[in-house]
Structures are given as C-alpha cells and as structure tokens.
Design a protein around this ligand. Sequence first.
Ligand SMILES: Nc1nc2c(ncn2[C@@H]2O[C@H](COP(=O)(O)OP(=O)(O)OP(=O)(O)O)[C@@H](O)[C@H]2O)c(=O)[nH]1
Length: 336
Amino acid sequence: MSWESNGVNVEVDWKPERTLVLLGRTGNGKSATGNSILGETKFLSKTRGRFITKECKLHTSMIPNGQRINVIDTPGLFSASSTPDFTIREIVRCLRLAKDGIDAVILVFSVRNRLTEEEQLTLRTLKILFGSQIVDYMIVVFTNGDAFDDGDTLDDYLEDCPEFQEILKECDDRKVLFDNRRNILKSKKDKQVQDLLNFVEQISKKNNGKPFMADLSLELRENEATLEEKQKQIQKMKGQSKQEISQVKKEMERTYNEMLEGIKEKIANQLKESLNDVKEQLAKAQLAREETEKKMTELQNLSSDEIKRLRDQLKNAERETARLRGQQRRERCSVL
Ligand SMILES: Nc1nc2c(ncn2[C@@H]2O[C@H](COP(=O)(O)OP(=O)(O)OP(=O)(O)O)[C@@H](O)[C@H]2O)c(=O)[nH]1
C-alpha cells in the first residue's frame, strides 16, 4: 500500500487481516504458541490440569507492521479421550469463530513428546471432516525448541524422527521451530513469528488469496446471515402484539436450532467415518507390527538353526582332521 504525505510517496508493507487456527494434542504448546504469535499473553498456557484449554477461544492482536492477527486456540480435539459430543461442539464453535475463513491451520507438535499413532492419523481425520484441500493451508509448528542441545537443528531432529515425514510432505514442508519461553531474545521471538507469517502469506498467494472455507462453514455462515436478517426484521416489526413478535422469534430460533442440529449431525457422521478410518489404520499398523515381529523371530530361529548346522559341520571337519592325522601317524609308524 502507498500514499502521498507532504509530497513524499510513503510505502507501507500492508497485509490483510489473517486468521490462524491452532490444532494439536493437549500439552503440545498450542496456547503458548498462540501467545508467541500474538506477542502477548492472551491464552492460558500451563501444564496443570485445571488450566487445560477446554473450549475454542479467539484472541486478536495488532502486530508491529499494523497487521491484525486472529488466533483461535482449540482443546485437544481428536484424542481418544474426547467424546464425539465434545468434539462436535468445539468444531462448530471453531467454525463460528472463523466466520470469514481460515488463513492457516497450524499443527502443533512438541519436540519433547513422541508422535503418537493417533496424531499421525490427524491429517486423515481432518481431510475426512473438512476436505482434502485443508492440507494446502497447513503449517507445522514444533514447540520446545529450547530442548535441543547446542547446535542441534530442527532438520537434525527430523532426521531421527521419520514418522513426521508424511505430514511434512503433505504440508509442502512448511515447518517452523518455536521456543515459547517468555524470556528469550526479542530477535529470536520476532524471527520465529515472522517465519510463520511468511508461510501464511505464501499459502494465501498459492490459494489466490482465498482463505480456507469448509463446506460446513459456508452452511453455517449462510444460516447465521439469515438469522441476522430475521432479527433485524423482528426489531423493525411494528403494530404486532408482543405475543405475535414472540411467536416469530420462537419460530426463528426453532429454524436456527434445526439447522445447527443438521450441521452437528453431518459432523457426527463424518467423525464416525474418520473414527472408523482411524481404527482401521491402527489395526493395519498393529498387523504390520505383528508380522514384522513374527518375521524377526523366524529370522532369529533361522539363524540359530544355521549356527547349529555350521557348528556340526565344524565338529565333523575337526573329527575328520583328527582321523586323518591319526591315519598319517599310523602310516609313518608302519614305515619305520
Ligand atoms: N520450555 C518450553 N516450554 C513450553 C514451550 N511451549 C509450551 N511450553 C510449556 O508447555 C506446557 C503446555 O503448554 P500449553 O501452551 O498450555 O499447551 P496446549 O497445547 O495449549 O495444552 P492444552 O491447553 O491442554 O490444550 C506449558 O507449561 C508451557 O509453558 C516451549 O517452547 N518451551
């Protein structure tokens, strides 16, 4: 953006408002990452049970370049301990908070925690729930960057953790390491946030400036717009009795609740589908593990049989050598 001021052309690197959603397992550092992005402590971020994030929340900050950043923090949505009702409620809440769409979905992992099988399948779940296009908007954040020994890099860490390969490949290798401690150098704080925001801009360019909008979001948005319109009409209603107005309000609420139930049902069905898919994948992984273990045992048995065979061969050879030596000795004696 540029404008004239006192005859001077002023250029400002203006960037539009962005909405980011943080997803990940409880304790991976979503709230802390949200605070790092916003540059201030807005989300509660503590290890203790009662501070665990229980519902989706949105906070906004104006970052130094004047850009408005909205961050939506979510509770651990796809863990085995979350009930479907809880997950559905929170997905609806999140979609309502991100009413103009999502500019980036940030998958948060911690370098201190091992990637669980469930986490490995998060992408599949998200694709089933929101469509495969969601991967075009994903960035992976690894928290607890301070856990690395001096000189170790994120690439060194990832070389030892091949289980992240698939996720990173799908996200076009968009990854950033975060150190969310408050007392770190400002230059380090700024750089990690800037690296993340650069990816957000890259994503926007790649998607022609269009934020991610799940079909469910569109449905929700359309219905909320109708609701707002109806509310305005009710406010303008004149000449009708209180009873009539209350009747119209009730009717409107009923229609809206029906719509919400419809959306929840759709999410429930997709969630069921993704749960079945996750179960199937986990069962396949278990089967593959069992087969590998069986093969390893077979190999071990095979090699111990092989060792026994070689030992027997060796013993036979030793016996044969002793027999030949004896024979030679006897022959020498008979010659003498
Ligand atoms: N040393 C260090 N600690 C971190 C970092 N990021 C997060 N933590 C700590 O990890 C703990 C969990 O972080 P949260 O931000 O609450 O994690 P969360 O994913 O939001 O967890 P829920 O709220 O339960 O969903 C907190 O004690 C944070 O202070 C980091 O980069 N370095």
